[in-house]
Design a protein around this ligand. Structure first.
Ligand SMILES: [Fe+2]
Ligand SMILES: [Fe+2]
Length: 248
């Protein structure tokens, strides 16, 4: 059995300190095997915001797979945005834009969808699809395969993406960006789980409450639970049990 915590859209710079502290305590109690962080760690890609995000991540003693979000490249500083868009992210958060975590039960692959020319929508071209295919193909078939992106993958060339995910035996795709906590299953040849997380600790919750996802993977099932902020702490919200794709 493996427990994955999926946090997203921390947006340091707009963080709510009580929530940051409570999330850290919640994660310590949960003791996940790995934490997936699906982008937008900062609000405006400022040094101070990345430093705050880095401090928070350093206090979580668990393996992490982190990808950048569109807020992690500068919006207004055009020269930096065009010449070295992820420079600050790489300096403070991770030089590696394709972080992975693999153990005897799960393989988690971080997948960067951020491009400076596409402020909000993200990008998934042929070279990215090739990398995705390579990763999925290289992981042991028995592992539970997880892809972590900032932008939800479904709007991108959906047919082609589904085909790469299905052929590669992907089990779960984790994303953020839309600041909503939702999950469900889709796909034709293989039923793949898609889960998005809301913003965990920022004021940018839009019409949703803050929250994050906990994914528990067993031999025959996957339980996805949203832990939602209720004004005092993160508490168990909607939880759905799905059969594992290989068991359908
Ligand atoms: Fe965001
Ligand atoms: Fe975003």
């Amino acid at each position: 059995m493996r427990v994955l915590a999926h946090i997203s859209d921390l947006h340091f710079g707009t963080e709510i300190p009580t929530m940051v502290r409570t999330l850290k305590e919640d994660l310590e109690k949960l003791h996940p095997d790995v934490i997936a962080v699906s982008g937008d760690l900062s609000q405006r890609a400022r040094e101070s915001q990345f430093l705050a995000a880095r401090r928070f991540l350093n206090e979580l003693p668990f393996p992490q797979v982190i990808v950048p979000g569109n807020h992690d490249i500068p919006l207004f500083n055009l020269p930096v945005r065009l010449l070295n868009p992820l420079g600050r992210y790489r300096k403070h958060i991770s030089w590696d834009l394709a972080q992975t975590f693999v153990d005897s039960e799960v393989a988690v692959f971080g997948f960067n969808t951020v491009r400076p020319g596409k402020w909000k929508s993200g990008h998934l071209g042929e070279s990215e699809l090739k990398r995705l295919r390579t990763f999925l193909g290289s992981a042991n078939r028995k592992l539970f395969k997880v892809v972590v992106t900032h932008h939800p993958l479904v709007p991108f060339r959906a047919r082609k993406v589904f085909s790469v995910l299905s052929d590669g035996g992907a089990d779960l795709v984790l994303a953020g960006h839309l600041h909503r906590g939702v999950h469900g299953r889709a796909g034709l040849r293989r039923r793949i789980l898609f889960a998005e997380a809301g913003t965990a600790v920022s004021t940018r919750a839009r019409n949703e409450v803050n929250g994050y996802n906990v994914v528990t993977v067993s031999d025959d099932r996957v339980v996805v639970q949203i832990r939602a902020w209720d004004g005092k702490g993160f508490h168990a919200g909607r939880s759905i049990t799905y059969p594992r794709a290989s068991c359908i």
